[in-house]
Design a protein around this ligand. Structure first.
Ligand SMILES: NC(=O)c1ccc[n+]([C@@H]2O[C@H](COP(=O)([O-])OP(=O)(O)OC[C@H]3O[C@@H](n4cnc5c(N)ncnc54)[C@H](OP(=O)(O)O)[C@@H]3O)[C@@H](O)[C@H]2O)c1
Length: 345
């Protein structure tokens, strides 16, 4: 068979603020691959099916000299992240032609070779749900919500939880976990459509923070016993102000500052942590998964299959859409878990 195109989406320049497709990253279709003869060296050849665009990827768009908990993207190389692919060739006995795999570091290109490793997971062939869910509600975002909620929320029936970015992949799952635990849920999101979805997920108070004052809502509906923080900044500051005694803060993300050059916010209400004895719990999902992953996969696939856990998926089609899709997540114009479908099965 003649070599085929192996298009990629490459990183080209470190952004100061929001990345711009065409400038900081771009589509590149100059590479080819011979699918029959490319060396596998004991690994597998995978065709990329669907890629996940996640907020944390913004942190990888940094100079390599800057330390962080993730690897930086390299100028001139493909972006990479969570995704699902199908095996075209295998030189490893645990993987066969046609198996579907999900992996934390799929290069954003049409085909790639990878060696078996602990982060490369086979998806059961009888999963009975679209493959893309394994990078969404049944993948990293779902695990994030589940593991952090189980680890830190200490839910009590009748207590109040405030969830920011509540219509998103992580947030909408948290809303539903909190309702299963009998809590009152205040859900903040960035559009009326998103607020309606959080209501469908069971939130007691759903509001669009762009048109309704978060402070007024928290003053009226608080104090809050648990704050599930996806945004940081001003919303987090207000959550300190309207927290109850012994509140638990689950620090999942701070997307409101990811694209600011100095990545900071001038807090006014930090002192509340002491007087109210607030526990502030930052976490990284991959450190919680060894503890909660097994339970997650025992409970959640069935509930998702039965439609008992709601989720939204926002699909773009074509590898060349990666840039726009990524910016949508950073700016909040996505509606649910953002994925790019690269190829059909
Ligand atoms: N700690 C961990 O291990 C871990 C793992 C996974 C995810 N996370 C974090 O969880 C959060 C949610 O991730 P996700 O995958 O579920 O994403 P998502 O909610 O599906 O998409 C991102 C959302 O962030 C909101 N947003 C964007 N810019 C914002 C801004 N300037 N201010 C306030 N909100 C903004 C938008 O929602 P609105 O329109 O509602 O504003 C946007 O839709 C992120 O902060 C992410 O970094 C952390």
């Amino acid at each position: 068979m003649a070599p085929v195109r192996n298009a990629r989406y490459i990183f080209t320049e470190v952004p100061e603020e929001y990345p711009e497709p065409g400038r900081h990253f771009r589509y590149d279709d100059s590479q080819i691959v011979d699918l029959e003869s490319v060396s596998l060296d004991g690994g597998i050849l995978v065709k990329t099916l669907v890629l996940s665009l996640d907020p944390y990827m913004r942190g990888r768009m940094r100079p390599p000299s800057k330390e962080s908990y993730t690897n930086p993207f390299r100028i001139g190389e493909s972006l990479s992240g969570y995704g699902v692919g199908v095996i075209l060739r295998s030189e490893h006995e645990a993987y066969a032609l046609g198996d579907h795999v999900t992996y934390v570091d799929i290069p954003h290109q049409e085909y790639f070779v990878v060696k078996p490793n602990p982060f490369l997971r086979k998806i059961p062939s009888d999963a009975g749900v679209p493959w893309s869910l394994f990078i969404g509600v049944l993948g990293m975002p779902g695990q994030t919500a589940y593991a952090s909620w189980k680890e830190y929320a200490k839910p009590q029936k009748g207590q109040t939880v405030f969830v920011s970015t509540a219509a998103g992949a992580v947030g909408s799952f948290v809303v539903q976990l909190a309702k299963l635990d009998g809590m009152k849920v205040i859900a903040s999101s960035g559009s009326d459509e998103k607020a309606a979805f959080t209501k469908e997920c069971g939130a007691d108070v759903s509001f669009n923070y762009k048109t309704t004052s978060t402070e007024e809502i928290l003053q009226k509906e608080g104090p809050i016993d648990v704050y599930y923080d996806n945004v940081g900044g001003e919303t987090l500051d207000l959550a300190f102000k309207y927290a109850a005694k012994n509140a638990r803060f689950i620090e999942c993300g701070m997307i409101s500052i990811y694209n600011k050059p100095d990545k900071s916010y001038p807090f006014k209400h930090l002192m509340e942590i002491i007087g109210k004895q607030i526990s502030v719990n930052g976490f990284l999902v991959f450190d919680l998964v060894p503890k909660w992953g097994k339970q997650f996969y025992e409970e959640m696939p069935r509930l998702v299959k039965e439609g008992k856990i709601k989720f939204q998926e926002d699909r773009s089609y074509g590898l060349d859409q990666i840039g726009e899709a990524f910016v949508a997540v950073q700016k909040g114009t996505n509606n649910g878990k953002k994925v790019v479908v690269v190829a059909e099965d």
